[in-house]
Design a protein around this ligand. Structure first.
Ligand code: SF4
Length: 369
């Protein structure tokens, strides 16, 4: 994987004492650093492009986060929610997938930012986790960024893993399309950290996942993490339908299960391509040649466009069949799908989001198999 390198790092005054600042300075000796009073007023007059979102990914900002770090994943209205929480330590992503929902979600706030006040983030998480010791939390850091793509520069996991690995009621999920795992391998996750890859056949990566690691690089990184004692997850999301998709996805699963011990997998998730009219507009402007714009999608009650329901059910059933053939008891869930689709794929649907969340707890006895 070609490592991202920003043109410039812009640091908001007050962030220079952060460990993240020290790590950036050490790892980016060749990159110019600029100190500013307020990053919101730092504009770049040299950007002469209509692709502001793409241009925003080329500079890295370091600033304090002023709001809350810890949030419940918003999910999608009317769909089965998996009771997931998120901690946002960065915003936007150096990679550039054509279907990335951040193109719409962060359209008005697209700077590639890392937050320097990690201590505040951990204090906030600590208050919540202590107050609700009886509740099991699945927490992810990859909602509005990739969890590991900036890791070689920021060293963020060196701040997060020592804290989260000591918490009895949490699994921290680091979700990525990169292979930047070197800094994880010497840390002890103590069974509390899941490193998860979003996996696609190489054809999809070539077409629509610019700047990400190849399929084999992701799989090798996953294998190394498993060897180092990490739990693993895989997200087949977004699944893309195209001529020959089934042969590609089936052989992708065979390769994964040949390299990974499935008994140590925490979970797999499935979700088909989702769009909104706004995201489609952004994709048309930024990726006019993407094949993802040509397939048929229907508007669902939550306002998102998805493949026609019978096609989604067929895709999920095939995937579940191939997964079960290799890994009969691995936990599989659907991301942002209705109870109706769950019923058709699995023959049941979780009664509530807590049931789905509890099912994913380490050592939970599954009631679904
Ligand atoms: S890796 Fe994830 S966050 Fe980054 S561009 Fe792709 S979809 Fe967006």
């Amino acid at each position: 994987m070609k490592l991202f390198c920003p043109e410039e790092v812009i640091v908001e005054r007050g962030s220079e004492t952060s460990p993240i600042y020290r790590n950036l300075r050490r790892s980016m000796a060749e990159v110019p650093f600029t100190l500013v009073d307020d990053i919101t007023s730092a504009t770049d007059r040299r950007v002469v492009t209509s692709d502001y979102f793409g241009a925003a990914k080329r500079k890295l900002y370091l600033a304090q986060h002023k709001g809350e770090f810890f949030k419940k994943c918003p999910g999608s209205e009317g769909q089965v929610c998996c009771n997931y929480f998120v901690i946002n330590f960065a915003s936007n992503c150096p990679m550039d997938c054509s279907y990335c929902y951040l193109q719409e979600y962060l359209a008005d706030n697209s700077r590639l930012k890392v937050f320097s006040n990690v201590g505040d983030m951990i204090d906030e998480a600590d208050r919540v986790l202590h107050k609700h010791r009886g509740v099991f939390f699945r927490i992810g850091t990859g909602e509005i960024t990739d969890s590991l793509a900036l890791e070689p520069y920021t060293g963020m996991v060196g701040e997060l893993i020592p804290y989260f690995s000591e918490q009895p009621n949490v699994l921290l999920e680091l979700k990525t399309k990169s292979d930047c795992v070197d800094s994880l391998l010497d840390l002890d996750p103590k069974g509390r950290v899941v490193v998860a890859w979003s996996m696609s056949p190489q054809a999809v990566i070539d077409w629509d996942e610019s700047g990400t690691a190849s399929f084999s690089e992701r799989l090798e990184a996953a294998r190394r993490c498993q060897e180092a004692g990490y739990r693993l997850g895989f997200h087949f999301d977004p699944m893309i339908e195209y001529l020959g998709w089934d042969a590609d996805y089936e052989s992708m699963l065979e390769e994964i299960f040949a390299a990974i011990d499935w008994r140590k997998l925490s979970w797999l998730s499935l979700g088909v391509l989702r769009n909104t009219p706004g995201l489609k507009r952004a994709m048309r402007e930024r990726f006019p040649r993407s094949q993802l714009l040509t397939g048929e999608q229907v508007l669902c009650p939550d306002g998102k466009l998805r493949y026609f329901q019978p096609l989604r059910v067929e895709m999920y059933r095939k995937m579940v069949g191939w997964i079960r053939r290799a890994a009969p008891t691995v936990k599989v869930y659907l991301c942002m799908e209705s109870k109706e689709v769950w019923q058709q794929v699995f023959g049941f649907a979780p009664a509530c989001e807590k049931e789905l969340g509890d099912e994913m707890a380490p050592g939970a006895h599954s009631t679904w198999l």
